[in-house]
Design a protein around this ligand. Sequence first.
Ligand code: PEP
Ligand code: MN
Length: 346
Amino acid sequence: MMIIMHPGAPKAQVEAVIAEIENQKLSSHLIEGVEQTIIGAVGDGHYVAKEIFEALPGVLSVQRISQPYKLASRQFHEQDSIFELDGFSVGSTEIPIIAGPCSVESRAQILEIAQAVKEGGANALRGGIFKPRTSPYAFQGLGEEGLEYMVEARDRTGLPIVVEVMAVSQIKMMEKYVDVFQLGARNMQNFNLLRAIGETRTPVLFKRGMSATIEEMLMASEYIISGGNTRVMLCERGIRTFETATRNTTDINAIPVLKKLTHLPVIIDPSHSTGDSAYVSAVAKAGIAAGADGIIVEVHQNPAHAISDGRQSLTPEAFAKMVKQVKAVAEAVDRCLVSPLTIRED
Ligand code: PEP
Ligand code: MN
């Protein structure tokens, strides 16, 4: 339910509404706009009569949210959500680019590629330290040591870091250092992990499960947002279909559909979507043309020798070329790349 207050309703009236929401065993979520305050009442509230809230002083109207996801829905928050990261915003007109290797492989590797992606136009650095590998015998990531190298790469380049968290037990160690948690496709419905991430205040890059519907994705993101961690960006990273020519099938439709259903920013991952560096640039451009708010892409200095996902990794040169083309596509749809003026220079 959304309780819309009269413009200028005093604080005491807002507090009385919140008290009633809690009295009804629902959770309250306050959105204070410039002109209007809206309070979300979320939980199993179908049995709670609207009239209880309509009768309270200062309440203009009460609306039920018909979507099964509440806080993520556009019904709840009509405007696009925009949030600031270090040096850029997500969800505004500018299109941030997150780039880096699939895995942090060594100190030298990550320091070199961090500098290369920065020069190619990246606004943030990605790099996995815990890797969700299909085989338990494959490289599982450098763990905490890898995080130290990511932090050093951030210190040297000024690029904020995006790192996948795979387990509740890793959160405490990671949250002090990581600018954005990546929630991987395989964990999209790991509800314990989602709730634990919801308890943090670290922004999240939330990947679609490889067989998840858009509705399941939004419902899962709600686990994080309902914990109070509202800075969630959704990521289309390809889904499983009957097609075998590419690793996954990019659900390009998901981008405008998500933009309609939710106020959360939407990011395209052309690397896992295709699994092949030959198609990455095309799908990155398609994603931006379709309305995505950002890109996360894998780049490696020597893709043929990458420990994971080399086949889909761009070289730094191919990455820089992709960024130039993405810029043109972004401008064609009234967007832009992050202005170099806002990129931190330390
Ligand atoms: C990754 O980003 O390297 C990754 C494992 O992605 P996904 O969870 O989308 O498969
Ligand atoms: Mn990968």
